[in-house]
Design a protein around this ligand. Structure first.
Ligand code: PEP
Ligand code: MN
Length: 355
């Protein structure tokens, strides 16, 4: 960090700032020009409160050198992080570092039979993780809110039957323990990207977390949210780009494909893409998914339904399982061109799956 002082800054102020920096266990290097003094801060920059320094009369500018998200940054961890999600009957699903993963399933777990049916279908198509909402973040309080614990049981059982780890959204700190009991991966939804208490709570668990980008979250803010989870000792964070709000209204959101290579350059964490919520319309989901893998994403999250017209939530964007199956073939081919591969579901008692 570099602290640039105003020309009128007094010698006492210089001494005071230097002692504050040294008090934090960092070193201060003074550079005195003809008009101004510049203080170089050497050491663990995240310990310094830049805002506090900026607020001091006599300080002109504070320039950060290190990223404020230390644990999430590539500066801290050069190699891609590979996250391994445990499967119910053994084995793991890997994501990151050349391993791609497809998460698929319904937006919401509507009843037991549909969750089991879709689990079999998406697994046969090559998905390795089963998704399904139990607590749904709906814009209207009058819309279907999810079946809660019943849904968690259906999801867990369908995952066990197909040897698929399962993921569901956690919206509330009060639900962390029940969701941890039934599922393998926490999903933090777009609307909760900056729910810092929730991030702290999932950070205290040791289960992987898929952290969706907020509807209006910058990449820097998103990585700071990842830092919240990482700071609690949970190092298994998977970022998920799901579209942001822009001036463009032709689709539900605008998928920020450029976030994929940008995040890859800034962070070692895996990043996947959810084209379903970005598009809001099944017609556009395959193209966005292909673009995501071509841009270097480590996987996709896609909503599927056997009868989208009857879906309780997000029907317009749900792919039929056969469309998803065709898409998976294309995604596997694109990943192959890039020297990556979609991992397969470890065998379930004599029924291995090939993607
Ligand atoms: C979802 O995955 O069902 C969901 C609500 O996603 P998002 O938080 O991205 O809107
Ligand atoms: Mn949905």
């Amino acid at each position: 960090m570099i602290v640039i002082l105003k020309p009128e800054a007094s010698e006492d102020l210089v001494k005071d700032i230097v002692s504050q920096i040294e008090g934090l266990g960092l070193q201060a290097h003074l550079s005195r020009g003809q008009f101004r003094t510049v203080i170089g801060v050497v050491g663990e920059e995240v310990k310094v409160d830049a805002e506090h320094l900026k607020a001091i009369n006599g300080v002109e500018q504070v320039v950060a050198i290190m990223k404020p998200y230390k644990l999430a940054s590539r500066e801290f961890h050069k190699d891609d992080t590979v996250i391994e999600i445990g499967c119910p009957a053994g084995g793991t699903v890997k994501v990151g570092g050349g391993n791609c993963m497809a998460i698929a399933g319904p937006c919401a777990c509507e009843d037991e039979a549909m969750v089991h049916q879709l689990a079999r279908e998406v697994r046969a198509a090559g998905a390795t993780v089963l998704r399904g909402g139990a607590y749904k973040p709906r814009t209207s309080p009058y819309s279907f809110q999810g079946h809660g614990e019943d849904a968690l049981k259906w999801l867990r059982d369908a995952g066990r039957e197909n040897n698929m780890p399962v993921i569901t959204e956690v919206m509330d700190t009060r639900h962390v323990s029940i969701i941890e009991k039934y599922t393998d991966v926490f999903q933090i939804g777009a609307r909760n990207m900056q729910n810092f208490n929730l991030l702290f709570e999932v950070g205290k668990t040791r289960k992987p977390v898929v952290l969706k980008r907020g509807l209006a979250g910058s990449i820097g803010e998103w990585l700071m949210s990842a830092e919240y989870v990482l700071s609690q000792g949970n190092r298994q964070v998977i970022l998920c780009e799901r579209g942001i709000k822009t001036f463009e209204t032709s689709l539900r959101y605008t998928l920020d494909v450029s976030a994929v290579p940008v995040v890859k350059s800034l962070s070692h964490l895996p990043i996947i893409v959810d084209p379903s919520h970005a598009a809001g319309d099944r017609q556009f989901v395959p193209s966005l998914a292909r673009a995501a893998i071509a841009a270097g994403a480590d996987g996709v999250m896609i909503e599927c339904h056997d009868c989208p017209g009857k879906a309780l939530c997000d029907g317009p964007q749900a792919l039929l399982p056969e469309t998803f199956s065709q898409l998976m073939k294309e995604l596997a081919a694109i990943a192959g061109v890039l020297g990556k591969k979609f991992t397969t579901t470890p065998a379930v008692k004599g029924s291995p799956v090939a993607v």
